[in-house]
Design a protein around this ligand. Structure first.
Ligand code: 0L1
Ligand code: MG
Length: 259
């Protein structure tokens, strides 16, 4: 089969809408490299916007070494977040619209001014941040059993599903985000612990990485955008009736429940 950017974009969005998992495109399309994968990602964004969604920010994926090793890929990636992916804090996660959701705790930045690379450092990135939140990302790969290569997952908008930001909003000054602790509870049991350093050594490094890599595609991050900096721990499955809490040291807690 000969694939094209529009065909893959359509197939991924259709799989998402029908909750139908897929095989990897890289098995069938040798030319699917990272450049083409980001073209597909942008094409899916254009189609989301055509159906009425708007951009609320970006996410980084695979920013922790542990997660890269677990997923068998060796680089971080960026992807788009739209309003259709955002859930209110405490809102139930609609499992009937997802394929095989998994939950990961994240540190979330909200930008107080535009941020564009190249040359952004963790320090200059943090200076553009208005507020820091605790967050949870519900990831949901369109690939069978979450099996993909880097180009597949980039094309699939980095397994985007839903995002939830906690209600506590703190200015970054005075927080040591590398040491910010996070405990992930599933149905009352602690399953993972981490600190912010799990994400690129400091979540602001991930923010700088996003600014610099997006600049390579001519994209400026806008004031008001939220930036999910990547899972601090391995992602855990979310099933009906599950309650998953990400409890942070200073940023408060975020809870999701599977319904
Ligand atoms: O947000 C993430 O870290 C997900 C990136 C894609 C890899 C995955 O599906 O775990
Ligand atoms: Mg994530």
């Amino acid at each position: 089969m000969t694939w094209t950017v529009p065909m893959v974009a359509h197939t991924l969005l259709d799989a998402e809408n029908r909750r139908q998992d897929l095989g990897r495109f890289t098995d069938e399309w040798a030319e699917l490299d990272l450049d083409v994968a980001y073209q597909i990602q942008d094409e899916t964004l254009a189609r989301r916007i055509m159906r009425g969604e708007h951009i609320i920010g970006v996410k980084l994926g695979l920013t922790s070494r542990a997660k890269q090793q677990r997923m068998g890929v060796d680089a971080p990636l960026t992807a788009w977040l739209t309003d259709a992916m955002a859930l209110g804090s405490g809102a139930p996660v609609p499992l009937d619209s997802l394929i095989h959701p998994r939950v990961e705790p994240e540190i979330v930045f909200v930008l107080g001014r535009p941020l564009a690379g190249p040359g952004v450092t963790a320090t200059s990135a943090l200076a553009a941040v208005a507020a820091v939140h605790a967050g949870i990302e519900v990831i949901d790969s369109r690939y069978r059993d979450f099996r993909f290569r880097l180009a597949d997952v980039v094309a699939d908008n980095a397994s985007s599903g839903r995002v939830v930001a906690g209600s506590v909003a703190l200015p970054p000054q005075g927080l040591d985000l590398a040491l910010e602790p996070c405990v992930l509870h599933v149905n009352g049991e602690v399953v993972h612990t981490a600190t912010g350093a799990a994400v690129q050594g400091h979540p602001a490094e991930a923010l700088a990485l996003a600014a610099n890599t997006l600049a390579g595609r001519g994209i400026t991050m806008e004031e008001g955008w939220c930036v999910y900096t990547g899972g601090l721990t391995d992602a855990v499955p979310l099933a009906a009736g599950d309650q998953i809490v990400a409890e942070f040291g200073h940023l408060g807690s975020v809870t999701v429940t599977g319904e």
